[in-house]
Design a protein around this ligand. Structure first.
Ligand code: MF3
Ligand code: CO
Ligand code: CO
Length: 291
């Protein structure tokens, strides 16, 4: 069921919808076809930034917990159940659940899936690489992040793709500084990725995040200059979430309208953090906080 004869993924079966206690504050888009248009600023007060950090901590803790248990034989729905349980038990709403009709509490993207894989009865197998993307909505703010996980022993080429993608995100974060255009972020990422022969996905990008899941501010991961010339300023909050590919950066979408795969079905990896621009550079808002 989860893979075809050549080992490529095929759609599985979804579990019933998971509930969220009515005591947990929901984003406004839940139960609607699409979110209300964003009319605010991407620049936040120090107090708001601490709220985004608390939401980011919940996403990070959920990913930490998934990392503790992920193993061959688990389904991506098992991962979703754990993500849902941790995010809601910490008092937050899993932002993807009901976002533009997305049916689950996280995204699980295996092997050739670039992003937005839907958790289902697909069984994780030894050698798979899987991205889990979790956004938590707490006190009116979203914290959005994702990470790669390996399932059992994984081939060296897949491990190096993961390591280089993690480093590409760090290069992007290091390029953040007030007064620079956001397109310097993509330039740093693409320069690094190309040095290692990897493709960089262009059509899915980082984004402004905070009171809204996706504010409309776009953060490209390729060298888009002179486009995307928004100037960074202290307090600006957005995600950086590069997707690197072992082959082409071209993609196709499954008929489910969500699952994005590499056109050549070669491996891809992604890491994501929510960051705030500071006077000196960037501060990551999606880290597990000491308790
Ligand atoms: N968290 C994803 C991002 O990084 C968005 C997922 S939207 C969904 O922007 F609907 F696919 F869940
Ligand atoms: Co994001
Ligand atoms: Co995300």
């Amino acid at each position: 069921m989860p893979k075809d004869a050549s080992g490529l993924l095929i759609p599985g079966v979804l579990s019933p919808k998971r509930d969220v206690a009515t005591t947990i504050r929901r984003p406004e888009y839940v139960g609607k076809p699409s979110p209300a248009p964003f009319e605010g600023s991407n620049v936040y007060s120090a107090a708001d930034i601490e709220q985004i950090r608390l939401a980011g901590d919940i996403s990070s803790r959920a990913l930490d917990a998934i990392g503790e248990v992920i193993r061959p034989g688990m389904t991506t729905d098992d991962i979703d159940g754990l993500a849902h349980e941790i995010v809601t038990s910490l008092g937050a709403y899993p932002s993807t659940l009901g976002y533009r009709g997305f049916p689950k509490s996280c995204c699980t993207s295996i092997n050739e899936v670039i992003c937005h894989g839907i958790p289902d009865n697909t069984v994780l197998e030894e050698g798979d690489i899987v991205n889990v993307d979790i956004t938590s909505y707490l006190n009116g703010f979203h914290g959005d992040m994702n990470r790669m996980f390996t399932v059992g022993d994984v081939a060296p080429d897949a491990l190096s793709l993961i390591d280089h993608t993690r480093e590409a995100l760090q290069r992007g974060i290091k390029a953040v500084a007030p007064g620079r255009q956001v397109n310097v972020i993509g330039r740093a990422i693409a320069t690094y990725a190309q040095r290692w022969g990897y493709g960089v996905v262009r059509d899915f990008t980082g984004h402004g995040v905070g009171t809204h899941f996706h504010s409309g501010l776009i953060i490209p991961h390729y060298d888009s200059s002179p486009l995307y010339d928004d100037v960074m300023e202290p307090g600006m909050v957005f995600t950086i979430e590069p997707m690197l590919t072992a082959g082409t950066h071209e993609w196709e979408m499954w008929e489910d309208g969500w699952t994005v795969v590499t056109r050549d079905r070669k491996l891809t990896a992604q890491f994501e953090h929510t960051v705030v621009v500071t006077e000196r550079g960037a501060d990551i808002l999606t880290l597990t906080l000491p308790r």
